[in-house]
Design a protein around this ligand. Structure first.
Ligand code: 5GP
Length: 184
């Protein structure tokens, strides 16, 4: 295996572990949605790598749509969620599965869940690759969770810091000196 990027403190989840877990999530989702068509909603931009791998691990019929939400500035949540890009298709009567990279405070997904519920999907569930359960400010439980992770700033496998590091094939902890100022 090649050495990690110089800005990475340590690799938290190596590539092979991600692959195995995404495969298992795909099998679980395929079992739960047997006989249905699942509409996957990817939350841009962080979920793109996870979404593309998960999509290929799902064996039931599915379609995808994308939304772009923004609440983070650098390494911290601004606390205000903005919708930057909305869905193209209606989700009324559909079985919707939101695919997210990471749940932290829960504010982003709570906003999204409440917004999507008003569009009357038949069902609405959440799948997140990473879950920082200890950081929750608002009750939110994803049905499908890849990995529970500690409260550290993570990058790679789609997750960025100021738009960098999304291409790393693993999830890693960013070196403290790369972050602007102390974490809150
Ligand atoms: P929440 O609204 O749950 O606090 O935050 C969700 C969003 O914050 C995620 O979609 C992601 O964009 C960003 N986020 C939270 N924790 C991290 C992290 O450790 N690393 C990165 N790169 N983004 C994070």
């Amino acid at each position: 295996m090649s050495s990690p990027h110089p800005d990475i403190e340590k690799i938290l989840i190596p590539t092979d572990q991600i692959g195995a877990r995404v495969g298992a999530l795909g099998r679980e989702i395929s079992k739960d949605y047997q006989g249905k068509v699942v509409t996957l909603i990817g939350v841009l931009k962080g979920s793109i790598v996870f979404l593309s791998d998960l999509l290929r691990a799902i064996t039931v019929d599915c379609s995808i749509d994308l939304m772009c939400l923004s609440s983070y500035e650098g390494d911290r949540s601004s606390g205000v969620v903005r919708m930057v890009l909305d869905l193209r298709e209606s989700i009324e009567g559909k079985d919707v599965l939101v695919v997210e990279d990471i749940v932290d405070t829960g504010l982003t997904l709570a906003y999204l869940r409440d917004n999507l519920k008003t569009r009357k999907p038949r069902s609405l569930e959440i799948c997140t690759l990473l879950d920082k359960t200890e950081c929750r400010q608002i009750p939110l439980q994803a049905k499908y969770v890849g990995f529970k992770v500690p409260n550290q700033f993570l990058v790679g496998y789609g997750l960025d810091y100021n738009e960098q590091y999304r291409n790393l094939p693993y999830v890693g902890v960013l070196k403290e000196e790369r972050l602007n100022g102390p974490r809150v």
